[in-house]
Write a protein that binds this ligand. Structure first.
Ligand code: NA7
Length: 879
């Protein structure tokens, strides 16, 4: 890649690490891109984590057929996994096979640890040095260091004087024989839980020192059958595609919405299905709210607690092994086991609770707690890792202006996408902190990351660019998003989870992972690449960050959740699926003070359902009347889905709210819906008084497609001479089927509403393209906008239809209509019905209530005033 303007450098890329990430990065950059590559690993061969963690019982908790590379069909067909969950030797053999198959060893220096890397802003190069004294200059530096490659250092007092053997599980030597020995294990995380049953089988005596009990479920390992294997090979492509559509990159079934929405029997059936051998399905395929709602989490936590008590004979031992409220299930890495709890029923195994009686010192012959002395010959430390940030900080990186990564991350990781760090140009982290990383099936997310980096490098080569660097603002935005998402979950409640950096004394306690799932994360990364690497600065020029990164965190959780599953993009989803999604009811707070009456109205010979919401305590006065037209793109949505909004509106505003259904396309194409909306408004004026409403204070409110209908209906009533409207509120209404605004382009991929879905809705509704020009379809095509009632237009920032809505509001204002625009940041189209999940969606309703309150308090004629550019009613208010 050197060119005449390039300062000489030894290689194009240095890759640190020889595990799943480093091997694939070496293959991709060298064999596919044709770069010169130098790779390093401190081990004597390939394998990374699977090279070092050779302790007895080391096994992957993800099925091998999923936990493997997908980049080469031949590779995945030719390597037959012998067990459902492969043990460490088999995974190590697989990675050696990969190294040989793609001739990767010649790019590696093994037994070599990178000890520092220093950036030169003059040459735009990294100089990488190693513990063998080698120094290599490179354009790109790839940190494929693994999340769990730096062991937690425990300074147990007295350990230097211990006369027996000491092993940390993460650097387990070959040929350790524990047969007949007295062994102690400190630590009951995933590693301790795997090694303890194995040691108990061969040791004379085993003492387990447990600080925090864990929620472990049986892994259910067994040999793979030929039939299973053939089935897998035949379906690998579908399996890999499905993997990418799930939260953690695993082709597991989707979860049910809520553990609290089903009865005890159903819940138990779901947990029974996954407890034994379901692996991470226990976390991701049971109920969606177990990681968000403590009460929901309690149901699974109690279930596992009960299983522990069933499996352990001695009630006192069972009590010590049963987790309390130290962490909700799944917020610390969920461990899986084989005979773990039964191990404590053995005569040669003893459990010591070092939370109750803390370790005081290691003695020459064992260990002393505050209560007792314990003797043993071998001490096994299964005490964990300085996860995710530790391995990168250990590289001793010095970036631009001499800034050390250790200092830049002193308060926790600060990256862009978990891929790049401001001040450290041309440095990429594979499955780094602030990406979904260890919450995913690593081979899947590693491939996504390496491919993304490889594409970025290709783009740079095509442009002849020298540097790519995360902009400071992008890092700030990303860090806020990652932290904001975490705050919507239960993860921060775990007291000592390494997901939060909380297992290492002195390490900043902050979330290390992007928690809104792989599909949203991958969509964000793709969007960054598609927007000319938005948020990155290439040779000093920074492209704007894509809108997805500005999502409100709760909105991100919701958008991420909607992307999970095999429905595919909403624009291509079958109509029934769209109707199920948009017609589903969301939980709504109880509003006992509002009474709902089911009724009907007639429109052009059809009798259509409607619901009327009446505040019970109306204080003797007749109330304002609001007709609410639901959203759903004229093809979906219904009055049940709108009930929560109508209840809130009735209660907050103190108004009679009338919610009419209207006929949907394609069964009833344009102009059926608008005819119904007009009929509904006329009917509402007629029946208002029966429900305590004052028809002189009649307003129309519509959400999304309902907003479009509301705008047109207001024009039609004006032209027909009534009934008069006192106000209107249009919530993110699409206006122009043919709009080609900046927001249509910027948010063409959503979130939630994409430009393609919007097009599909318009065309399903309008049918004949000539209808696009009709003022019964597009309210901006009306001959005149004068004389319309005061109108509020609420828009949300991340919406392809945002600009056309605001343009329509400006047109209204020019026509002398008292108009107000409120734009709400960070939210996406369609959020209003989901207020229960996205708290900030309540800002939409607040804006509507405030506006209507101001215009409906007393009977008033339609206002008509022409705002000037400086009039606040004319400008855009962003809240
Ligand atoms: P973990 O999950 O961090 O577990 C470490 C265990 O060691 C955990 O039970 C700790 O108790 C315990 N520990 C750590 N330090 C001490 C001291 N000083 N005294 C007593 N007990 C201690 O690491 P693992 O290796 O099990 O798993 C790491 C990942 O590897 C795993 O999740 C897989 O992804 C593979 P604590 O909970 O902090 O009270």
């Amino acid at each position: 890649m050197s060119s005449s303007t390039d300062p000489a450098h030894d290689v194009d890329a240095v890759i640190v690490g020889g595990g799943f990430a480093g091997l694939y990065a070496t293959h991709r950059l060298r064999n596919t891109l044709g770069l010169t590559v130098q790779s390093f690993d401190a081990g004597s061969g390939p394998g990374g984590t699977w090279y070092w963690n050779r302790y007895p019982g080391a096994r992957c908790d993800i099925e091998s057929i999923y936990y493997s590379y997908a980049f080469d069909e031949d590779l995945q067909r030719e390597w037959r996994w012998s067990e459902r969950f492969a043990a460490q030797p088999e995974i190590l053999a697989y990675l050696n096979h990969v190294a040989d198959r793609y001739d990767l060893r010649r790019s590696y220096e093994f037994d070599t640890r990178v000890t520092s890397a220093v950036w030169s802003d003059v040459d735009k190069l990294w100089t990488v040095t190693t513990d063998t004294g080698r120094s290599v200059t490179t354009r790109f530096l790839i940190g494929a260091t693994g999340g769990l490659s730096v062991a937690k250092k425990d300074d147990f007092p007295g350990i230097a004087d211990f006369r027996g053997e000491v092993y940390h599980t993460s650097s387990w030597p070959e040929h350790v024989d524990l047969t007949g020995k007295r062994v102690a294990v400190i630590g009951t995380g995933s590693t301790g839980i795997q090694i303890i049953p194995e040691v108990a089988r061969v040791a004379d005596q085993l003492i387990v020192f447990q600080r925090t009990p864990n929620f472990a479920c049986p892994i259910g390992n067994r040999p793979t059958t030929d039939e299973e294997w053939e089935d897998t090979v035949a379906n690998y492509r579908a399996i890999r595609t499905q993997s990418r559509s799930t939260y953690g990159g695993l082709p597991y079934p989707a979860a049910q919405p809520s553990a609290l929405a089903v009865d005890e029997k159903t819940r138990r059936e779901v947990y029974d299905r996954y407890y034994n051998g379901g692996g991470f399905r226990m976390v991701t395929s049971t109920f969606n709210d177990i990681l968000f709602d403590l009460q929901a989490n309690d149901t699974v936590a109690d279930y596992i607690r009960e299983k522990i008590r069933e499996r352990v004979n001695d009630p006192e031992v069972a009590r010590i092994l049963t987790p309390g409220d130290d962490h909700p299930y799944g917020t610390k890495r969920a461990p899986f086991e084989t005979n773990y709890y039964e191990t404590f029923n053995r005569d040669n195994v003893k459990l010591v609770d070092v939370r109750a009686t803390p370790i005081e010192t290691i003695t020459p012959t064992g260990l002393r707690t505050s209560a007792d002395d314990h003797e043993f010959d071998v001490l096994i430390l299964a005490t964990g890792f300085d996860a995710l940030t530790g391995p990168l900080i250990a590289l001793n990186l010095v970036g631009r202006d001499g800034v050390r990564l250790a200092d830049a991350w002193a308060d926790g990781p600060r990256s862009y996408l978990g891929l790049a760090v401001h001040g450290f140009p041309n440095f990429f982290t594979i499955v780094g902190p602030q990406s979904p990383s260890v919450l995913t099936n690593f081979p899947v997310s590693i491939q996504e990351h390496v491919d993304w980096v490889s594409d970025a490098i290709t783009t740079m080569r095509e442009r002849g660019a020298s540097t790519i660097e995360a902009a400071a603002e992008s890092v700030e935005t990303w860090t806020n998003l990652v932290n904001g998402i975490a705050a919507c979950t239960l993860y921060p409640l775990a007291k000592s989870s390494w997901y939060m950096g909380a297992n290492i004394p002195g390490k900043p306690r902050t979330v290390l992972l992007f928690l809104a799932g792989l599909p949203l994360y991958n969509a964000i990364c793709a969007e960054v690449a598609a927007t000319d690497y938005g948020g990155f600065s290439i040779d000093g020029t920074t492209a704007p960050t894509p809108g997805l990164i500005e999502l409100d965190p709760a909105m991100a959780v919701l958008a991420g959740g909607l992307m999970i599953g095999d429905t595919g993009p909403l624009e291509t989803a079958p109509l029934e699926v769209l109707r199920a999604i948009m017609g589903g009811t969301m939980p709504a707070p109880d509003r006992p003070s509002v009474r709902a009456v089911d009724t009907s109205y007639s429109s052009r010979g059809s009798e259509l359902p409607a619901r009327i919401f009446v505040p019970a305590d109306k204080g003797g006065d007749s109330l304002p009347v609001v007709v609410f037209l639901h959203g759903g793109g004229w093809i979906a949505g219904n009055i049940n889905a709108a009930a929560g909004i109508c209840l809130a509106l009735a209660s907050e505003l103190g108004a009679v709210v009338i919610s009419p259904s209207y006929r949907l396309a394609p069964e009833h194409p344009f102009p059926a819906a608008i005819h119904d909306a007009i009929a509904a408004l006329s009917w509402a004026a007629e029946v208002a008084a029966e429900h305590g409403g004052d028809k002189r204070r009649l307003a129309v409110v519509g959400e999304s497609a309902g907003g479009t209908l509301a705008a047109i209906a207001a024009q039609q009533l004006r032209d027909a001479g009534g009934p008069p409207l006192a106000a209107g509120a249009l919530i993110y209404p699409p206006i122009d089927p043919q709009a080609s605004t900046a927001s249509r382009l910027r948010y063409r991929n959503g979130p939630i509403l994409s430009a393609a879905l919007l097009d599909r809705m318009w065309s399903t509704y309008l049918g004949d393209a000539r209808n696009d020009q009709s003022s019964l379809a597009d309210p901006s095509k009306a001959k005149s906008l004068e004389g319309l009632p005061p109108t509020l237009v609420v828009t949300v920032e991340l919406d392809p239809s945002r600009d056309e809505s605001e343009d329509y509001a400006r047109q209204l204002a020019h026509a002398g209509v008292a108009t107000e625009i409120v734009r709400i940041s960070g939210l996406a189209h369609g959020t209003l019905p989901m207020s229960a999940l996205v708290p900030r969606a309540s800002e939409i309703l607040e804006a509507v209530v405030a506006f209507l309150r101001a215009h409906l308090t007393a009977p008033q004629p339609a206002a008509s005033r022409l705002p000037s550019q400086s009039d606040p009613a004319y400008g855009i208010t962003t809240v």
